[in-house]
Design a protein around this ligand. Sequence first.
Ligand code: FES
Ligand SMILES: [Fe+2]
Length: 451
Amino acid sequence: MTEAQTDVVDQDNLIDNENGLVDRRIFSDEGVYQAELKKIFARGWNFMCHDSQLPERGSYFTNYIGEDEVIAVRDDDLNVQVLINSCPHRGNTVCRAEQGKARSFFCSYHGWNFGLNGDLIGLPGQDTFYRGGIDKKDWGLTKAAKVESYKGFVFATLDPDAIPLDDFLGWVGRLGIDQIAEQGDVEVVDGVQKNIVKCNWKLAVDNLFDWYHPKISHGSAVKQGMLTEEFLAPMNQMVIMGEYGHAIGGAGVTEEAQQRLDKKYANVDTASNRKNPKNSNSWRGEQSAKDALGPVGIRSKGHPNIFPNLWVSTGGTQLCLRLPKGPMETELWWFTFVEKSMAPEVKRRVIQGAIHFFGPSGLLEQDDGENWSHATTGSKGLVTGSRPLNFKMGMGMDEVLIDPNSGQARIETVLTEHAQRWLYQSWAEWMKAENWEDLIKSHSPEPRGTF
Ligand code: FES
Ligand SMILES: [Fe+2]
């Protein structure tokens, strides 16, 4: 028997890449979790919101960077600011609503008032009680170190040394977002679905690459015909791996099948396809999709994860954030996207599909959440926590293919756990690096040769 959970976990040796083993304590240990907040969430780029959620001056959306609540708000100059939602006086939140429009952020405790750029613009008793002993410019809301966006998808980091968002996303992260952004003029529909699962956030991320489980975990959905054999496609998988932990894992269309699809869609008119309510919302056959996603990207039907915790769901209709709420709890936020010119019936169908599959009422996520919760609990026992998990499927068995256009690495084979191993390998690199300079030097390049 190995050491009890109460001992300090040696954070340097939790992932064994050579043997495809993961120390289960990464799913429940408080010390590991606190290090993640600092080294992954505060350091990395976190998705905040989509431009369509901040339509005008004063529009705001509250979100999190790790466990720090933030307000993404369009300021007087129409730029997006990301402000820490905590009053510097006694720490009260200055914005309690999840989304809305404000002229300023007025603290409900003692009345300090903050402008849309976070500056302290007024406070009761400035002359009478403070008697001039406070300099307002020192007491604004704390701001994120950097805010940048890619095609209207806004991200923020607390680390001033973070590399530019575009470099962080790389080809894989951009391809993930392109699956939504390139559908046209997209917007988030009102109402982000939120639910809490008692699991570690990494198990929820690991699962989105996991095509081993659907036939078993989602057996009832298979029986109902919600999930088809074609969708599960276990013998035809594509894994694309990008720097800093991004990956896309899941079904891949073969080159021959893609050629057949190209012929089928050759004469489809994009505009009328979108407006015809009888058509599905899929845009993948359209020429614009091929131009935007490229010859490899168009064949990838898997799930992209933008490291650490942003999932683009199948079909590019939803984003899901897996927000950490302690080592053993995760809040899932589902953003649903529609293209503005879609027929209302098609929009309705997209929204109904989103509610039906995922989120608190989704048929699939109820199955998944149960498994993740029990797996999380199983990581903290004296005996259970001491036995590493097995990530060996396909290890060392596949050749990495290189896309001549982008230079991007991918594997096309049967079902594997390559994407999961890439996730945990990258996680370990983020956790070991002291700072961005270190991470830039020490992180793995995209794999080559055999993986
Ligand atoms: S806590 Fe905000 S004004 Fe006192
Ligand atoms: Fe699932």
